[in-house]
Design a protein around this ligand. Sequence first.
Ligand code: B4P
Length: 186
Amino acid sequence: MLVVFIGPPGSGKGTQANQLCQHLSITHLSTGDMFRAAIQDETELGVQAQEYINRGELVPDQLVVSMVADALGNPPCNSGCLLDGFPRSLPQAEALDQMLDAEGKKVDLALELNVDEKVLIDRLLARKRPDDTIDTIHHRLQVYREQTSPLLNYYRERGQLRTVNGDGTVDEVHQQILAEVAEKNP
Ligand code: B4P
């Protein structure tokens, strides 16, 4: 099964992805985690990504797409995969569909985590990650509205989108996600 998580910063994509991957025994691919590892290891990709992340911008599509293409080619992804934070733009979604098409695969489920902006801001400020300053958070929310939210229609038109209310406890949200997954993958 191939699942994609879509949601604004702080909507709980990483939190819920961990739980769902454990439940389904599928591989968790978080582009945010991959960038943070590259930054920590001071790789060329990390150095390039860091300036975008610190400004609250999306890392350029070509860097993200080649990173994900490499990861998807790894054997652990063959038995199922959850993409957490990818795609985040229409060109990324189109690139993903092309990669999957070449393998005779497709996105089984695109899950939107829908959370009120005020709740998002409170959660992110409490998290205290270096890119979680108030100015950067506002910019990331604007980037989400402009560049990522068009993906909702993209997946809706393909019949792949389901939306859950991400403004509950971690367990309440997890239960809603399990219900959507069970419908798609009985
Ligand atoms: P990500 O790492 O994907 O991070 P995020 O969107 O900020 O957070 P997420 O939604 O995963 O929230 P979390 O579970 O942690 O991206 C970081 C940056 O990398 C981006 O801004 C961008 O620059 C770059 N990037 C990543 N992917 C990219 C791509 N495809 N293209 C271009 N650039 C890309 O939860 C947040 C907080 O809320 C946590 O503290 C958590 O404990 C708490 N929380 C979660 N669920 C909760 C709940 N139900 N109730 C209360 N608190 C909850």
